[in-house]
Design a protein around this ligand. Sequence first.
Ligand code: NDP
Length: 278
Amino acid sequence: MPIAHDRYAVFGQPIKHSKSPRIHQLFAEQTGQSLVYTAQEVSAEQFAASAAAFFAEGGKGLNCTVPLKELAWAFADRKTERAQLSKAANTLVLQADGAILGDNTDGHGLITDLITNHAIALSGTRVLILGAGGASRGIIGPILDQSPKSLTIANRTTDKAYRLATEFSSKGVITGCGFDDLQHLQFDLIINATSASLNDQIPPLTKGSLAAKGYCYDLAYGDKPTPFVQWGWNNHALKSLDGLGMLVEQAAEAFFIWRGIRPKTQAVINLLNSERRL
Ligand code: NDP
């Protein structure tokens, strides 16, 4: 008789190049867990029906990526505090009573990669986030928890940056603005949370935006350095990183929520880095 494996999946659109199945397979091998993790192309219109069918057919947990995180949040019967705050969920969990719990592990992933993997402390620093979409929603709360001196959100559609800053204003010193307002301002850490890199573009940044000994972090990642990572190098960042480490760390947190075992991440990050076609 075939062994029944617990089933997990990532839903998104596009999903073909997702590294999540490989990451979770490596975690499962490392921790001796028996599970199957697949990637499924699901549009926003299909999401609610596809997620309901997945859980009805015995699925244990889902990851949700672009453009489904807000929909996944709405789909969840219950939300963790960090998902509630971000109004976006990247992890859904089937609970013992049949309810679906929504969580958001993106912020945990970013903070772990910055602080644990790269020794980049945020306390007392001036942080700039470019972009005000779903990813920004997930990382603002965890960044403010690190007590930066200030957090600025700059977005192409300025209203969205204002709205996000207002929403999180009770958690720390946070300001929303447009890209034009960034001239003459300096930051110790600039995080690119726009999807511009996916089209080989970069948000308009002025020379001098990055303070001496500052850092750059692009949430996007690819086989080649993203345009924003290159901007960081050209502007003398101490480190200019892409989001591969965050991807692995947010996956490890989801794995822990699902399986109760925390996988080791460094070996997986090293392996994925070695597989890049540079
Ligand atoms: P959304 O579609 O929700 O938001 C996209 C954001 O990018 C918006 O603020 C949008 O501005 C802005 N934007 C898009 N194109 C441009 C451009 N050419 N110039 C300036 N701004 C632009 O996407 P997400 O927030 O979900 O994802 C953002 C990025 O983060 C993606 O690259 C995604 O892959 C990455 N990500 C990585 C993770 C990881 O684990 N490493 C986890 C989550 C996300 P406007 O509002 O004006 O449209």
